[in-house]
Design a binder for this molecule. Sequence first.
Ligand code: DGL
Length: 268
Amino acid sequence: MIGIFDSGYGGLTVFKEIKKLLPDYSYIYLGDNLRTPYGGRSQEAVYEFTKEAASFLFNKGCHLIIIACNTASSEALRKLQQEWLPSEYPDRKILGVIRPLAEVAVLESKYKKIGVVGTKATIESESYNKELKAQDNDLNIYTNACPLLVPLVEEGWLKNVATRMVIKKCLRPLKDRNIDTLILGCTHYPLLMKEFKAIAGKRVKVLDAPLIVAEKLADYLKKHSEIETQLEKNKTIHYYTTDSSDKFNKLGSKFLGEEISSEKVELK
Ligand code: DGL
């Protein structure tokens, strides 16, 4: 099975593309809705929560976990891969969303001016800066945190003038630097893709993060048969949330674009 983890609903934007591109696999989606949002939390907290989520998914039989959450990918992934996985689950894998997006951004950027927006924790961790610089040290990277967008999206204020104003304010410093490529480094922002594109302007390429993550996962599975062959292909999908399942079913279906039936779990 493939596990998809997010701090809450947002990862469903990524999962939507993954299951479209790779429909034959069996999946478990886990949203830590009880403790969301992660974006304003400390590195220590995000690391502990993500480790608990990964243990849950591995114990459910996942061989591969995709951390769809940018904040968890920024604050926990590397440490989990380097310090925890080798001793606890040496035959399993955890992947995140930062590297796939950085790789594509480098290819797309003509003038080496890349903008990144995300939660406070993601931006302050400089995870995108590090990954982008590792690909090409000559890049100019401009980042800005837009913490207000997560609650606005969860309120369903997608077409709202207040939301457009927040996006404008968030992109202003990046546009002033003439970025040519923009990474939406937060699971919620793809729901505002149209608005981001309109406000960023024609000269800025806004990357389709969920699609890129799905395509990179497909590539990964092609290259890693030792993992791919372990994955069940029964087309089953289970949704778990750490908060009310009714609430998850309602809002989650808006993120996913289809009905969801979830089960509540406790993480330890
Ligand atoms: N999933 C988070 C991310 O992509 C956004 C929501 C949160 O702050 O937990 O960074």
